[in-house]
Design a protein around this ligand. Structure first.
Ligand code: COA
Length: 203
């Protein structure tokens, strides 16, 4: 017999449904950077990001101007639907990158992160600092229990970001993600709300 979605779980939801939709997406400060909700005027920065070969490689998509508009327009619905949340990372007032929560599951208190930084802004710890700030908000305000981070085992820069942002490595998921060049083994990292307060390390 098919599983019924109406059979109640014996466990109470980690975060009550409706908790995220009831919040207004905040601006988050990360040192001298600001994480703010996407705006229509950010479209050229999004198009430029997805024209970068490394972002195309690891995020498995390119983006036309119309697609960038749709991508920006979709974020408020993802917030209201409690499935995702995206922030533009501003450094000196300019979009330098993005951090986001995806696969949000309030019942399990769980989400996964995604991030990229524009080529000209790389190497200044923008990704780990923005990630640490968003993760701190995810624990302190959204009340998530666990935030996961996955990257291809050959994406060394992303592994460094995870380490700097305090995401402990938990293992390797074999042949888990399909990229343009085939299947990739993925490192799984995670932070728990009970881990030490989010901050970046210099290691
Ligand atoms: C991975 C990425 C987000 C890192 O962002 P960042 O703000 O540059 O992060 P950091 O400054 O902490 O750099 C991370 C590491 O990458 C190295 N690095 C890689 N490419 C670099 C470049 N072009 N310029 C400078 N540093 C670079 C840094 O030296 C650093 O290594 P270290 O800790 O040993 O010094 C960014 O390179 C990016 O957007 N890459 C393409 C998309 C991607 O991989 N997204 C993640 C998918 S899981």
């Amino acid at each position: 017999m098919a599983y019924s979605r109406h059979v109640p779980s014996l466990a109470t939801p980690a975060v009550p449904p409706g908790s995220m939709a009831a919040l207004t997406q905040p601006e988050i400060r990360a040192d001298d950077m600001v994480l703010r909700p996407w705006q229509p005027s950010d479209r050229p920065a999004v198009v430029a990001a997805y024209a970068d070969p490394a972002i195309q490689r690891w995020h498995c998509r390119s983006m036309t101007d119309d697609e960038a508009r749709d991508w920006i327009d979709a974020w408020p619905g993802r917030w209201r639907g409690e499935t995702g949340a995206g922030w533009a990372v501003l450094d000196a007032g300019e979009v330098a990158g993005q951090v986001s929560l995806r696969r949000v599951d309030l019942g399990e208190g769980l989400a996964e992160v995604s991030y990229w930084v524009l080529p000209g802004a790389r190497g200044r710890r923008i990704a780990p600092r923005a990630l640490a700030a968003m993760t701190a908000w995810s624990f302190e305000t959204l009340r998530l229990h666990r935030v996961e981070l996955c990257h291809s085992t050959v994406n060394v820069a992303s592994c460094r970001v995870a380490q700097h942002a305090g995401f402990a490595v938990e293992g390797t998921k074999r042949s888990e993600a399909r990229h343009a060049d085939g299947w990739h083994d993925m490192h799984l990292h995670a932070r728990l709300d009970s881990d030490a307060r989010c901050g970046t390390s210099r290691g």
